[in-house]
Ligand binder design. Structure first.
Ligand SMILES: N[C@@H](CCC(=O)N[C@@H](CS)C(=O)NCC(=O)O)C(=O)O
Length: 200
């Protein structure tokens, strides 16, 4: 049995969109849980098995997979027919894995520091800054609609998600790509799913 622990309008929303892209909504159950929110609402949910009480977390036959990048890799490999992941042996596998890991190791911390107004030369030295993130993305998108080519893959789903949340950065290549990603049925499905459960 596979269960996604999800809280509406959070980082797990992108995993709900992924399940739609993978046509895996029948195979993976979604358990809606609460999390502590920045505005003081919500709270840790005792049903959530994530060691830190966070979402997303996936329970696959009693084994936990946490962190969005890891969950995305696990699910795309479990449901390969959808072509959202890149298999071993494909020359795009290197960039695919690198985008996934770069998101978790660089993009997320840098964008959180920026949103909080936290600056330090050592942080910029270690992670670089949002300027480098935007230039890396714009460079990858200057000659193709998606990060790995003509086709939307799981790295587009993951990497565009902060801009779907915080707003587009005002860089033409990135803005157009975010629009393409947000215009997909999976993004609309996840937004509607969240609207339904956030209201409960
Ligand atoms: N890097 C993690 C971040 C997970 C995370 O921070 N999730 C937030 C929701 S947006 C959360 O669960 N916050 C509740 C808490 O910190 O207790 C991932 O992408 O899976």
């Amino acid at each position: 049995m596979i269960t996604l622990f999800h809280s509406p309008r959070s980082r797990s929303t992108r995993i709900v969109a992924l399940l739609k892209e993978l046509d895996a909504l029948d195979a993976v159950g979604i358990e809606v849980v609460t999390i502590p929110r920045m505005d003081g609402s919500g709270g840790r949910d005792p049903r959530n098995p994530h060691p830190d009480g966070k979402v997303p977390v996936l329970d696959h036959d009693g084994v936990l997979v946490w962190e969005s990048s890891a969950i995305i890799q696990h699910l795309t490999e479990l449901f390969p027919e959808a072509g959202l992941g890149i298999p071993v042996g494909d020359p795009r596998r290197g960039p695919y894995l690198s985008w996934l890991a770069w998101y978790a190791g660089v993009v997320e911390p840098v964008l959180v520091f920026k949103a909080l107004g936290v600056e330090h030369p050592a942080l910029a030295g270690t992670f670089r800054t949002e300027t480098e993130i935007k230039s890396r993305l714009a460079d990858a998108l200057k000659d193709k609609p998606f990060l790995l080519g003509d086709r939307f893959t799981a790295v587009d789903l993951l990497l565009h998600s902060p801009y779907a949340w915080f707003g587009k950065p005002g860089v033409p290549e990135i803005d157009a790509w975010v629009d393409r990603c947000m215009d997909r049925p999976s993004a609309r499905f996840a937004a509607e799913f969240d609207a339904r459960y956030a209201a409960v």
